[in-house]
Design a protein. Structure first.
Length: 186
């Protein structure tokens, strides 16, 4: 497999920390193949796509929503900072053994990341809810403009032609008072 394909198919190893994955992606892949022709946004997208779920969650939380919503420079800044934090945390664990294949987060880090994402989602929902009355009003006005008005060609009523309401009693009586054959008017 050539280096360009390896870059495009980047995946974080199950026992690889964020800082190790970032260094491998930058040093081993991108720098070894300077003519890879991937723009900065695509590079960030491929890196993020290849990360395990936990590092993605942390990076998105640090980006206040989605890492991909940021400019490539801002995204790289966040990745660098989180990578440095990951490296420092790894060295500050006082010799605690790290389990293979598991990214260990302190419960406060994990909760903070999840709360940040939930807060962002709630804020978006709140903004959408504020717009709902306006959207409903616009939709109702649009529907009122497009309602068809019925017009009966027989009686000029406001119903479809041929669906006239029953005639009033006076008209029925008038029809009954017509002269019958063999009768004369007196």
């Amino acid at each position: 497999m050539d280096t360009k394909t390896t870059i495009a198919m980047f995946a974080q190893g199950s026992d690889e920390s964020l800082c190790e994955a970032w260094e491998r992606y930058m040093k081993s892949l991108l720098r070894k193949c300077p003519k890879h022709e991937f723009d900065d946004t695509t590079q960030i997208h491929m890196l993020r796509g290849g990360l395990l779920p936990e590092p993605k969650l942390i990076l998105d939380a640090a980006a206040h929503g989605s890492l991909m919503a940021l400019s490539p420079k801002d995204a790289v800044d966040i990745i660098n900072k989180m990578s440095l934090n990951d490296r420092a945390a790894k060295h500050n664990r006082n010799g605690a053994l790290q389990k293979s294949g598991i990214l260990e987060l302190g419960s406060s880090d994990s909760n903070l990341a999840q709360n940040e994402i939930l807060t962002q989602q709630l804020e978006e929902m709140k903004n959408q809810m504020k717009e709902m009355p306006k959207l409903i009003k616009e939709q109702l006005q649009k529907e009122q403009r497009h309602q068809q008005v019925h017009f009966c060609e027989m009686c000029s009523g406001d119903h479809p032609t041929g669906y006239c309401p029953p005639q009033q009693e006076e008209e029925v009586n008038y029809v009954g008072n017509q002269q019958r054959p063999g009768q004369f008017q007196g």
